[in-house]
Design a protein around this ligand. Structure first.
Ligand code: ADP
Length: 412
């Protein structure tokens, strides 16, 4: 008997053994019977013509019949199946064929199976990586959907909160300005409390509005001449009371480019550096230091805000730029805008990133880690493009009529 006939002779016993021993998930006995019968036919074909590639289409069909769940926690699923096919074939052939027929058969089928193992492993790797890619894509879509609903919620909540807040602001102002003989120091104190609370709430709502503008690419930039030295001297004056209260020294060291003019949106850049400085104050214990440093790069300027505070763990360094991000135990945060470890809604850095990126710049943080005892500190790097002409034509026309507009802010 030639190998082809030997294979045909043991086909039914082999199929019986496979059907008894394997039950792949999601495949009925009938489907399995069809699948292994087709496989065996191609095996006979491959053996007769000495062409192992005849099995390839059957291997593709086995691979595509497996689901993502089949692979979960396991690998080499198809190789395992092929091993079962091969082992059964060898056992059945050994007990049914004469030794010479058995030897011929083994000599023929070993190269066929070896090709099949190689081909299956390649196919399987490809399928698993494609399935993993699909999974990642679907998770990404779910995350985007979640992010979208977060953005929608912020936009709606900000809008709805604005109206009652305006009422509180208006009435508390009227109360404060009312000439009333019964107004005591105590009532003044209470009115101040209401007005401070409303002011704080307004800042949070403004941040929420900014987040929804950034997330929807609606942030409008109004390019005007801007000087970093002016921004930081304004912030120095604004934050003096908080710095004094917390005994923190702010060191502003002028660096190349610090006094030079560029085009940017001054109030937005002020907002970015305010958020970074307020954070530096918040996360630096009393008697610490904050340094403003930087350097000029080709076409850009880099500003570094370095503090001697608690620092940020490497795994949190990219997360803190997401909206509503917060590191550490929220319950342990104190309240207050510049108190040590003061809590906040977690929007400041997300807004800073949105503003800097819309200026064509970049922002990131460097820190060795978070440690309240050794205080490794954090350094927030901001890179902004230096522009000697405004990016939009309208502004360009306005400012080109100013002969000195390229001069330093100190000489204005
Ligand atoms: P928040 O309004 O809560 O301050 P931010 O977006 O400004 O929100 O900051 C997010 C989180 O990043 C903070 O809650 C804090 O955990 C961490 N963080 C920001 N700046 C610093 C810093 N200079 N040092 C240590 N941690 C910081």
């Amino acid at each position: 008997m030639v190998v082809r006939e030997c294979l045909q002779a043991i086909q039914s016993e082999w199929m019986k053994a496979i059907l008894l021993n394997s039950s792949p998930e999601g495949l009925s006995k009938k489907d399995l019977s069809g699948q292994i019968s087709a496989f065996y036919q191609q095996l006979i074909q491959a053996a007769s013509e000495n062409k192992p590639e005849h099995l390839d289409p059957e291997l593709v069909s086995i691979v595509s019949s497996l689901t993502y769940n089949d692979y979960e926690g396991k690998y080499n699923q198809v190789s395992q199946t092929l091993k079962i096919y091969f082992d059964n074939l060898v056992n059945i052939a050994a007990s049914n064929l004469y030794p010479t027929q058995f030897a011929d058969l083994i000599q023929t089928i070993v190269p066929i199976f070896s090709h099949a193992f190689e081909y299956a492993a390649e196919m399987e790797t490809k399928t698993v990586s494609e399935q993993a890619k699909k999974e990642i894509e679907s998770i990404k879509q779910q995350m985007e959907k979640l992010d979208r609903s977060k953005s929608d919620f912020i936009a709606i909540a900000a809008h709805e909160l604005k109206t009652p807040l305006t009422l509180i602001e208006g009435y508390s102002l009227m109360l404060a300005e009312t000439e009333n003989p019964s107004n005591s120091e105590y009532t003044d104190h209470l009115i101040d409390g209401i007005r401070n609370g409303a002011k704080r709430l307004k800042m949070i709502i403004d941040d929420m509005v900014d987040v929804s503008l950034i997330d929807n690419n609606l942030l409008e930039l109004n390019f005007q001449p801007v000087w970093l030295n002016q921004i930081f001297s304004q912030l120095d004056a604004e934050l003096k009371p908080a710095l004094k209260q917390r005994n923190i020294n702010l060191h502003i060291d002028p660096f190349p480019g610090f006094n030079e003019m560029t085009f940017g949106t001054p109030d937005r850049l002020l907002q970015v550096f305010r958020n970074l400085l307020v954070n530096a104050i918040k996360f630096t214990p009393d008697h610490g230091d904050i340094f403003i440093e930087g350097r000029k790069l080709p076409g850009f300027i880099e500003v570094v805000i370095r503090d001697t505070g608690i620092g940020i763990n490497p795994e949190d360094q990219s997360l803190i730029f997401n909206k509503f991000s917060r590191v550490g135990n929220v319950a342990l945060h104190s309240t207050g805008k510049t108190k040590f470890k003061g809590g906040g809604p977690g929007l400041g850095l997300h807004i800073a990133k949105g503003i800097i990126e819309s200026h064509g710049g970049a922002i990131w943080v460097e820190s060795e880690g978070c440690n309240e005892k050794t205080l490794p500190g954090s350094a927030f790097h901001v890179i902004i493009p230096m522009k000697s002409i405004p990016p939009d034509d309208k502004m360009g026309q306005i400012f080109s009529s100013y002969p000195n507009f390229k001069k330093s802010g100190t000489t204005q």
